[in-house]
Design a protein around this ligand. Structure first.
Ligand code: FES
Ligand SMILES: [Fe+2]
Length: 436
């Protein structure tokens, strides 16, 4: 595929099916887009002590996020410097002062340097001292931590971290300040779902506020039927308060409001969201006012986005405090992680709300996610059908030159989706030919 064919796959108002289907496009995405983006790796609360680590896949590469002896967080390729065995095999753990490879027992310090080999002799005559093996673990690239969220970028370049994230940084401040102490803690484990669909099908759906009316009708009808079969005294339980808003009509979603940001990022639900009605649980609002003062607490509680998208790897909700992380594996395979946060110093009810939400909405065993996943996997299969090879993104197009950033749009404007593809085109077009 030549460069103009590649960039021609994304137009201003529609995208070609090959961006979802082609293994070649997927490889180029990993090289040009994912390796040069600030990707979400993990949260520092997952590795509180020196030697703690978690593993994940970034841009198709296995990595370890590790806390060093000095407390700094490093991101390393999970590949032993000797013969390439995975240095750690589990998704999280704690090492002593060194990481020991399970294959031949080479050990590495927490700063990635080689600590020891089991047989010290035999290396004198060769070029070992100058070799990549002797240099130890390979770093992933630059690492930045903001309010506990760890991001990394494999290849240096512009824009820098603060410029790249832009308005997402004050959004992260608002989410972290949902803790009276200003700190979030990952808690309650993770729900991982491996789906047979391209990562972009999942990511664009996070900004798709038109689909709940049809896709999730069965979930809301079921929830309503259960609730109406019970005695109707008092307010609905939290499980119902989380599910019933999915049955809101088009005008609700339209008025939700969205904000389109540079570099593919976005805020959906700037005015209201499905979560607005349960932002302030119990005495929580009071605790927040005492901690942050009236003005800041009101600002924090009023920020109830449906989704804050950190293109291309992550999306956050403020209430409940949950996060979805995209880990693309192949053109037709993506792992989705759903995590929950507890705001430190906040009532336990907030964590319970986040965990309940993940179980009810993001688990493949839930009443919501399976409707989405069924369709995502179906799209991946149906896109190969002969005939129209284009996917429409026309809703809200107002003519050339009107896609300026940042700007506010209605909640159902496909500008939120088009924006992801404009970022895609910019990333894929940069350094054209350099890594094809
Ligand atoms: S591959 Fe790790 S010690 Fe040999
Ligand atoms: Fe959905």
């Amino acid at each position: 595929m030549n460069e103009s064919d590649l960039l021609g796959l994304v137009r201003d108002d529609q995208v070609h099916r090959d961006i979802y289907l082609s293994a070649q496009v997927f490889e180029l995405e990993m090289q040009r887009l994912w390796r040069r983006a600030w990707l979400f790796v993990g949260h520092e609360s997952q590795i509180p002590e020196a030697g703690d680590y978690v593993t994940c896949v970034l841009a198709g590469q296995p990595v370890i996020m590790l806390r060093g002896l000095d407390g700094a967080i490093g991101v390393w390729l999970n590949r032993c410097a000797h013969k390439g065995a995975p240095l750690v095999g589990d998704t999280q753990g704690r090492s002593a002062r060194v990481l020991r490879c399970p294959y031949h027992g080479w050990t590495f310090n927490l700063d990635g340097s080689l600590a020891s080999t089991p047989l010290r002799s035999g290396y004198e005559a060769g070029g070992f001292e100058q070799s990549a093996a002797r240099a130890g673990l390979s770093p992933w690239g630059e690492v930045q931590v903001y309010r506990g969220f760890v991001f990394a970028r494999a290849e240096p370049g512009d824009p820098g971290f603060a410029d790249h994230l832009g308005e997402l940084l004050p959004a992260l401040d608002l989410l972290a300040d949902r803790s009276p102490r200003g700190r979030l803690v990952v808690a309650g484990g993770v729900i991982r779902t491996s789906i047979a669909a391209n990562w972009k099908i999942y990511l664009e759906n996070i900004n798709d506020a038109v689909h709940p009316v049809t896709t999730h009708a069965s979930a809301t009808l079921s929830a309503r039927a259960v609730w109406e079969s019970e005695p109707r005294e008092g307010s609905p339980p939290l499980a119902m308060r989380q599910l019933l808003p999915f049955g809101s009509g088009y005008s609700f979603f339209e008025q939700m409001g969205g904000r389109v940001l540079p570099h593919g990022h976005s805020l959906l639900g700037t005015q209201q969201s499905l979560h607005t009605s349960y932002t302030d649980l119990g005495d929580y609002g009071l605790a927040l006012r005492e901690a942050h003062g009236e003005a800041r607490a009101s600002q924090v509680l009023a920020f109830t986005p449906q989704n804050v998208v950190f293109y291309p790897s992550m999306a956050l909700k403020g209430t409940p405090q949950v996060m979805r992380v995209l880990r693309p594996v192949a053109a037709d395979r993506t792992v989705i992680e759903a995590w929950a946060f507890q705001p430190e110093g906040a009532p336990e009810a907030l964590l319970e709300s986040a965990l309940l939400y993940n179980r009810q909405v993001f688990s493949p065993m839930s009443v919501v996610a399976h409707d989405d996943l069924y369709l995502f996997e179906g799209i991946q299969r149906s896109l190969v059908a002969r005939g129209n090879p284009w996917v429409s993104l026309h809703r809200g197009v107002r003519g050339a030159g009107d896609e300026r950033l940042p700007r506010d749009v209605s909640g159902v404007d496909e500008a939120l989706l088009r924006n992801q593809y404009q970022a895609w085109r910019e990333a894929m077009g940069e350094r054209a030919g350099a890594s094809a």
